[in-house]
Design a protein around this ligand. Structure first.
Ligand code: 13P
Length: 251
């Protein structure tokens, strides 16, 4: 099994106007100057996917959507098909982010259908999992994450078309992060489940997300089975994102 190539993805969430494309350009400049080994991606809001894909063409930085609909087309006002993201130049689709699970009531079943749609369109699905604080305090973290993993991954998932992102809900946007031991425990459990279900389970990338910042990235990225990061707030500025890339992107 080839070594897993680190992957650092920025999730801009509902942030970014046309002027923000300058940050993508700045990031591309750093990549060109320093050539990290890690794979990099940026997931801007849907309104910027096509323009960012154009901006980053040839840079080696991939672009992704933050969600996709399960169907390829149809009467679904306001939704975006995975095929449309692909057509706009995307390489990834985040699915099952906890903000979508909470704001839009997305179940594991819905997330699984979205991951399948991403695969159908030729996108890498970044499937998000994570426990709430109440679930962690109740000692249910591994149970919750295990059941999300089972329910959210379609049978056609493999190491090439799927990335897992472990994002504890209570660590997102709060400045709080789990201890390194807690991160290691969850990532090891996810790895074990992937190996049990998929022939190439050892090859899936498992990202950590939730308050990854320039000053904690090195420690978090050094934890076993942490193959990269899914970064929110710190991905909006190239100067904040770059130290996180450096934490995992160079041998
Ligand atoms: P923050 O890095 O802002 O905590 O967000 C994490 C996240 O939800 C990425 O998808």
């Amino acid at each position: 099994m080839a070594a897993r190539r680190p992957l650092i993805v920025g999730n801009w969430k509902m942030n970014g106007l046309t002027a923000s494309l300058a940050e993508a350009t700045a990031l591309a400049g750093k990549v060109q100057a320093q050539a990290p080994q890690a794979e990099l991606g940026l997931c801007p809001p849907a309104t910027l996917v096509a323009a960012m894909a154009m901006t980053l063409k040839g840079s080696g930085i991939g672009v992704g959507g933050q969600d996709c609909h399960a169907r390829a087309a149809g009467a679904h006002t306001g939704d975006i098909a995975a095929e449309m993201l692909k057509d706009a130049g995307a390489a990834y689709a985040i699915v099952g982010h906890s903000e979508r699970r909470a704001d839009h009531g997305e179940s594991d079943e819905a997330v699984r259908a979205k991951a399948q749609a991403a695969h159908r369109a030729g996108l890498v699905a970044i499937v998000c999992l994570g426990e709430t604080l109440a679930q962690r305090d109740a000692g249910e973290t591994l149970k919750v994450v295990g059941s999300q993993l089972r329910g959210s991954l379609p049978d056609d998932a493999n190491a090439a078309n799927t990335v897992i992102a472990y994002e504890p809900v209570w660590a997102i946007g709060t400045g709080r992060t789990p201890t390194l031991e807690q991160v290691a425990e969850v990532h090891a459990a996810i790895r074990q489940d992937l190996k049990a279900r998929f022939d190439d389970g050892a090859g899936f990338r498992i990202l950590y997300g939730g308050s990854v910042k320039p000053d904690n990235a090195k420690q978090l990225m050094a934890v076993a089975d942490v193959d990269g990061a899914l970064v929110g707030g710190a991905s909006l500025k190239a100067n904040d994102f770059w130290p996180i890339v450096e934490a995992k992107g160079f041998k």
